[in-house]
Design a binder for this molecule. Structure first.
Ligand SMILES: C[S@@+](CC[C@H](N)C(=O)[O-])C[C@H]1O[C@@H](n2cnc3c(N)ncnc32)[C@H](O)[C@@H]1O
Length: 281
């Protein structure tokens, strides 16, 4: 007998997804959700989507698998080249001139499988060539436990490294080590400056860190305007003085109420910050 996802049950899944992750899924995405749930329902040998819904509601460990299943984790190294050019040519040179003795801190706040945090690590390590005293620490977080596992393992292959390898070959050859067949790992000098933890953006970060740079890219699109405001209100106090927030290229803060103001395409700083970083470049 074919298992069918009824409209009522689909509606309950949407509510549960929102409750657990803040993600709002459009009502016309039934087939996408059904596709993602079908395999799990079959693996667990359940007879209906209703049974799986009941299980997820009751069982905390199944909620972890459900979140892994529901989130969209597409990412790759050096996604949106203009952002990395901005960081390399404007932001970091200005930052080091203003903070010669400090440790640069950054947060990749929807890290997925870690390509973004590792790209930043590579950029920082190469920046260190010109500025040997430059020190950096990068934190990567994501709501998906499976993704945090991938971040920690740090092994990459296929599409995720394809464009990096082609377009930034000297950096790739220098910092990526072939580990196993087609898998590459970021060199250990970089790895030691990265740490990853599971975190839901709708909760306060469980550490006291404040960051010079927050990458919050390609995640706001999954939230309503009101939920975006909630997330940004939790991120803003985590920016260091003159810290910068970068969002994804298909995202905008124009129509929502936040403490952030634009300083470059996709780059923002806090209205509470002093003005020196506004003049970057
Ligand atoms: C499309 S990926 C973006 C990855 C990377 N930032 C980039 O731009 O390439 C979106 C990530 O956001 C994560 N995510 C979704 N909702 C979240 C939440 N409430 N808290 C933390 N991470 C969340 C997903 O698990 C997914 O890995």
């Amino acid at each position: 007998m074919e298992v069918v996802l009824s409209e009522k049950c689909f509606g309950e899944y949407l509510n549960l997804i929102h409750e657990l992750t803040g993600i709002t899924i459009a009502k016309n995405r039934t087939s996408m959700i059904e596709g993602r749930l079908r395999k799990r329902v079959s693996t667990l040998k359940l007879s209906s989507y209703e049974d799986y819904l009941r299980l997820v509601k009751q069982d905390r460990s199944e909620q972890i698998s459900f979140i892994d299943l529901i989130t969209t984790n597409e990412t790759y190294f050096f996604r949106t080249p203009r952002i990395w050019d901005y960081l390399e040519t404007k932001f970091l040179p200005k930052w080091i001139a203003e903070h010669p003795k400090q440790v640069f801190t950054a947060w990749s706040a929807a890290a997925s499988s870690g390509e973004e945090a590792h790209s930043l690590g590579i950029l920082c390590q190469s920046f260190k060539d010109k500025h040997p005293n430059f020190l950096y620490q990068i934190v990567g977080t994501d709501i998906s436990a499976e993704m945090i596992g991938l971040c920690q393992s740090g092994a990459y292959s296929g599409r995720s490294i394809e464009s990096f390898r082609k377009t930034r070959t000297p950096l790739f050859d220098r910092f990526m080590r072939l580990s196993d067949s087609e898998e590459f790992r970021v060199s250990s000098e970089i790895k030691s400056r990265l740490r990853f933890l599971q975190h839901n953006l709708f909760r306060p970060l469980p550490t006291q860190d404040r960051f010079d740079l927050v990458l919050l890219r390609n995640v706001l699109i999954y939230f309503t305007a009101k939920d975006q405001e909630t997330v940004l209100s939790l991120v803003e106090p985590r920016l260091a003085e003159n810290g910068v927030l970068i969002i994804g290229e298909s995202e905008s803060l124009t129509h929502i109420r936040t403490q952030f103001k634009p300083i470059e395409p996709f780059v923002y700083n806090s209205k509470n910050a002093s003005s020196s970083m506004n003049k970057a470049g």
